[in-house]
Design a protein around this ligand. Structure first.
Ligand SMILES: O=P(O)(O)OC[C@@]1(O)O[C@H](CO)[C@@H](O)[C@@H]1O
Length: 383
């Protein structure tokens, strides 16, 4: 890479500043409304809300399971205001502190309880998901390549169903357009190594995971993938990020859907039983770093697969959460990554690469918040 762009510090970005000033306090308010938390948890949550807006970053208590790790990871940041440190690190630590406040890792009744479950479950039981499940019967009649493209786009736009984004922006945002579309290259890549391993690094549960599972079924059924490894988060994170339980919930929703949905769920269960579909939840996915410091074991694993990264956060971590010139080639910033890579992402933060300068000018002129509102999306592939 010729030159690294500066890392995004939240105070330099109106979008990132708002995440701390508005999104996090609103989320904490919703959580306190959704759970019968006791006084200790309520106090910890309201202190976290206050700290995020007016205070300085406090470390985890020494008694926390991973206190030592986070003490190291954040040594340069404790005692500073949340918006004055790298956005990527601070958001990740916020979600870790949220779990601490809700006693997620502590032995006791709240241990392992997904505090975002009420929101995830409401989405899965909602009309959007029912309509998606019903529509699968029509998609099944399409020719293979047409069906593949329809499922790829549905997995891509499923990323708009982001519960963190909805907390401050209302329900679903209207889709607008693709600012980069390497989908043809992605199909060529998959066709060039049929029967290989595809790694799908997932983002959100619910509607998006449902679409991801349907795409995975297609890749396995057409022989484009011999095996799919579905990477999810080991713990609740960024509100709607999928965990293994969310994968199981989506498979169950498909199973109860009858018709093609039921058939997909049965095929995926069968694939899981023989190891053709594997679910992995590596601790690295909840760490506050970009993928340049990915552990060697994960690098090796993804290096021999075609890896599809879903969503905004994975994009920020793949290209680096930096103030890139949007015309910087995607290949240049992902060159360090060991394998063949695709990013499927709706744009929900400042970071973007691989666009044309003229195109960026036109988008800026249109006056919309195209980089952060989830109205635009991209499919980028390397090599
Ligand atoms: O990874 P996802 O679910 O697509 O998006 C995560 C997100 O909602 O969280 C961050 C702000 O809180 C942004 O990067 C992005 O908007």
């Amino acid at each position: 890479m010729s030159q690294q762009a500066p890392v995004i510090i939240s105070s330099e970005s109106p979008f990132a500043s708002d995440v701390f000033a508005k999104r996090h306090p609103a989320l904490i308010e919703r959580l306190t409304g959704a759970w019968p938390f006791g006084p200790g948890q309520r106090k910890a949550l309201s202190e976290l809300a206050e700290e995020g807006v007016h205070g300085v970053i406090r470390p985890l208590p020494d008694s926390a399971v991973d206190a030592q790790l986070w003490h190291e990871w954040g040594s340069a940041y404790y005692g500073r205001r949340w918006v004055e440190v790298p956005f990527l690190w601070a958001e990740s630590f916020f979600y870790r502190r949220l779990l601490e406040a809700a006693s997620f890792f502590e032995p006791g009744p709240w241990q392992g309880v997904d505090l975002f479950a009420p929101f995830k479950q409401a989405e899965l039981a909602g009309e959007v998901v029912s309509a998606e499940i019903a529509a699968l019967d029509d998609v099944a009649d399409l020719a293979d390549d047409e069906r593949g493209q329809a499922l790829l786009l549905s997995s891509l736009w499923g990323n708009r169903a982001d519960l963190a984004l909805q907390i401050t922006s209302g329900r679903y945002v209207q889709a607008s357009g693709l600012v980069a579309d390497d989908s043809e290259r992605l199909w060529k890549l998959l066709l060039s190594a049929p029967g290989g391993t595809v790694a799908l690094v997932a983002d959100n549960a619910g509607s998006e995971m449902l679409a991801d599972l349907v795409l995975i079924d297609h890749l396995l059924a057409c022989g484009l993938a011999g095996k799919v490894v579905l990477h999810v988060k080991p713990a609740p994170y960024y509100v709607s990020d999928a965990t293994p339980v969310d994968v199981a919930d989506c498979l169950r929703a498909l199973l109860h859907g009858k018709g093609e949905a039921q058939a997909i769920s049965e095929r995926l269960h069968a694939a899981a039983a023989v190891g053709r579909l594997q679910v992995r939840a590596d601790a690295f996915w909840c760490s506050p770093f970009d993928f340049t410091v990915m552990p060697q074991s994960l690098r090796d694993e993804l290096g021999s697969a075609v890896t599809i990264f879903k969503g905004d956060l994975n994009y920020r971590r793949l290209v680096g959460d930096r103030w890139w010139d949007p015309a910087t080639p995607f290949a240049e910033v992902t060159n360090y990554f060991p394998g063949r890579t695709a990013a499927l992402r709706t744009l929900k933060s400042d970071v973007v690469v691989g666009l044309q300068t003229q195109q960026v000018g036109d988008l800026d002129q249109a006056g919309t918040s195209w980089r952060t509102s989830g109205t635009h999306a991209l499919i980028q592939v390397h090599p």
